[in-house]
Design a protein around this ligand. Structure first.
Ligand SMILES: [Ca+2]
Length: 489
């Protein structure tokens, strides 16, 4: 045999040699705030050792943003590299089973892209992008029958998880194209913290077990995908792991209850950290951890409010959905909360680790980044181009994670609130094209209603001094760029 042919054969059959492309793991927490993590908020009393260690072992993006301040649109933007406000969903989230699948039929996703480049692709966790449920003769959704147009149709070889948020129907696990059990009971509505809506439920489904079940499923997938005896092992893997917490229901497993002094929410954040630790251990145990790109982030800010002295708060009454700043600042010093166009709505934890990819431990990145950028980053990681017309709002942050300057500046990052208020970020400047939060904090205001807001986040991170009257030229430039990005389909 000629030496070249022998080398080619070795590449084919020797997993360590053939695995030039890295494994890719994206872990997306649900509603975890920037201030929930000790590595980002030194005053936080919630132990988050696994996430703190992940941050230290790679690049920490200090100015990263979810594509939206709520669940569904962020997930659309992350998976497609395209802002969700370009889709049919202009505000709010999908509600199952009413709403039809959101990702357009021919739209590439990170999963379909990686599958086309030879990856094993798995999703474990919360979908919340709509499912094509089966319907009876009267058009009523039947959760027990096989469904279509879920994660499998969007590029995942396999899926285990839940349809939408953990406080939404149906309360049953779904695997690939079918529920794992029948919903033979009805869940009654429960108030905060264990908030759930009423609806169909598998009697064996326990919200307190979900984070553990997702961790077990993810670890099992990683073990199988990297098993040297498996015929698929020569393929790298992609795991998308959207966790269900610390979103409501705030329902920590009993072994975490009381582990922090910050009530159920603190205990639940601590459990999310533990859950990530289980998955990181599986990655390390696979022996392929160094060549695994791990991205950890959250889909929007925390829903916990700031309480003033004298107001009800979570430590005095766990039914209260807010902390006094002296106890905990779930969204750190950022203004507002989940759903808002203010920083608290979408400034999120963002850690990127890839040791053999040249990302050095302890790297801190100040570049403004958005979840939509993950698609182009993944493409650069794999070394293959983004398909024509795909991921139009995606700009690779891999050079920044490697501590290098980008070849060209990123266009402004668009922030979008639950009610559809736009903002644009460029350098230190943020223009809000509306007259309020567009979310939960008052005044809520309306999209494109004046007076607009302009802030210099370098000098005023808390968005307290509106400079719209003083800096008219900067405001006009940002307004023009926002209009150009929105018009450029
Ligand atoms: Ca969320």
């Amino acid at each position: 045999m000629k030496p070249f042919a022998l080398f080619a054969l070795l590449l084919l059959f020797h997993p360590a040699l053939a695995l030039a492309k890295p494994n890719i793991v994206i872990i997306l927490a649900d509603d975890m705030g920037y201030g929930d993590l000790q590595i980002l908020n030194a005053k936080s009393k919630i132990p988050t050792p696994h996430l703190d260690a992940l941050s230290r072992s790679g690049a920490t993006f200090l100015d990263a943003h979810s594509g939206s301040a709520v669940c569904t649109p962020t997930r659309y933007g992350l998976l497609t590299g395209r802002y969700c406000w370009r889709s049919r969903l202009k505000s709010g989230v999908l509600f199952p089973p009413r709403d039809k699948p959101l990702i357009e039929d021919d739209r590439p996703t990170i999963a379909s892209y990686l599958k086309s480049h030879g990856y094993q692709t798995a999703m474990v966790g919360k979908w919340h992008l709509g499912i094509g449920w089966a319907r009876d003769g009267k058009g009523k959704v039947v959760f027990d029958e096989p469904f279509t147009n879920g994660p499998i149709e969007k590029g995942f070889d396999q899926w285990f998880g839940i349809a939408a948020s953990l406080d939404m129907v149906p309360y049953v696990y779904l695997r690939d194209h079918q529920a794992v059990a029948k919903c033979t009971t009805t869940q009654k509505a429960i108030g905060f913290p264990k908030y759930v809506r009423a609806g169909p439920r598998d009697p064996a489904f326990d919200p307190g077990d979900v984070l553990d079940d997702l961790a077990t499923e993810a670890a099992t997938f990683i073990r199988k995908a990297t098993n040297p005896k498996s015929p698929a092992t020569h393929k790298p893997y992609f795991l998308y792991l959207p966790l269900t917490g610390p979103h409501k229901p705030v329902w920590p497993h009993e072994r975490f209850v009381g582990k922090t002094k910050l009530g159920p929410y603190g205990d639940f954040v601590h459990q999310v950290d533990h859950t990530v630790g289980v998955v990181l251990k599986a990655i390390a145990d696979s022996g392929q951890g160094d060549n695994t790109l791990v991205i950890y982030t959250s889909d929007n800010g925390s829903f916990m409010y700031r309480r003033k002295e004298g107001e009800k708060h979570h430590l005095a009454d766990e039914k209260s959905q807010g902390y006094r700043p002296a106890d905990h600042s779930a969204n750190h010093h950022w203004r507002g909360t989940k759903a808002d166009v203010w920083e608290g709505g979408h400034r999120v934890p963002f850690f990127v680790r890839w040791e053999t990819g040249g990302i050095k431990p302890g790297t801190q990145v100040s570049r403004v980044t958005c979840h939509t950028d993950i698609f182009a980053t993944v493409a650069e990681t794999v070394g293959q181009p983004v398909p024509a017309g795909a991921a139009r709002d995606s700009f690779s942050f891999l050079p920044a994670a490697r501590g290098k300057a980008a070849e060209k500046p990123r266009p402004g990052v668009i922030n979008h609130s639950a009610a559809g208020v736009f903002a644009i970020r460029k350098g230190p400047w943020k223009l809000v094209a509306g007259n309020g939060s567009g979310g939960r904090q008052g005044p809520r205001g309306k999209p494109f209603q004046k007076p607009y807001h302009l802030y210099n986040l370098a000098e005023d991170p808390g968005e307290t001094r509106n400079l719209i009257e003083q800096k008219t030229q900067i405001a006009a430039q940002l307004e023009a760029e926002l209009a150009a990005i929105r018009a450029n389909h």
